[in-house]
Design a protein around this ligand. Sequence first.
Ligand code: PEP
Ligand code: MG
Length: 328
Amino acid sequence: KQAAYADLRDVEPFTRCGTRIHILMNAGLRDDIAALKLVGADGVGLFRTEFQFLVSATLPARERQMRLYRDVLDSARGKPVIFRTVDIGGDKAVPYLRTSLAQDDENPAMGWRALRLALEREALLKSQARALFEAAAGRELNVMFPMVSEPWEFDAAKTVFEDQRAFLTGRGKPMPSAVRYGAMLEVPSIVEVLDLLIPKLEFLSVGTNDLTQFLFAADRANPKLAERYDWLSPAILRPLRRIHQATIGSQVDIGVCGEMGGRRLEALALLGLGYRRLSITPAAIGPIKELVRQIDLAELTEAMTGWLARPPSDIRVALSAWAAARDI
Ligand code: PEP
Ligand code: MG
């Protein structure tokens, strides 16, 4: 299998019926980027910028952030990279910011984290904005905001970025050739107002790790709840289909960047729901490319549509039988 996946490295993943599926990778550290070439990903669909903050004893200075982002873009050699602004706080507490469970939050996943924290600690977001603009000078920059729960949060974060862009432009700094803004969809509230958010966005990335935890009210890290935290439950698949459908006819590129997309049956489910962009862990890229090459989307979509309308007792079992019957 290892050899077979290596052979797929330079092969673009088309389905049997001829649709190009975009398979990107999730990353967070400078060293992760080596995998981009190794596994033949289409780019980095999620760069978790908070990793640098988490491994650092003090707040990383703007210059250090800039060097990391520039190195990542250099290594990506023109392939797209989506930088997610810091998702610290909650379970990703950093000691130099007062966000830890013991200090503030009784319920860290739902606490003062990610964009909530960044909009209040505006200096943090400003310095990240400047570091990103500087690192991407002359190239395309993709910025994604985490934990957007209401459309105004996206507006506020984008305004911070655009103000910094205007400031730097005014000082004659070289700017990115294009800047694209997107949001993560990982909080259920935003699903209810998605029609209001979509016109503001260039891209949308569904974070199924957190979205699932919030939809089930089941902590993603609690092994006692692992069986309830089921990506193939109709309670997850139906909203995922609604979310995808809401973007049809808009200019928004939609994808999934949760770990779900890196698992065989879950990836099949996402493709059957209409998703064509998956950002996954590097080790899963070979196997998912191979999977993509074996499927017929019309057949898969029809099967998924049937299962969602009249769910069998276990969609996992149904999907698994569907795949086995086709030697997938
Ligand atoms: C997610 O929530 O699905 C996601 C991709 O982000 P993270 O795992 O970093 O919370
Ligand atoms: Mg998340």
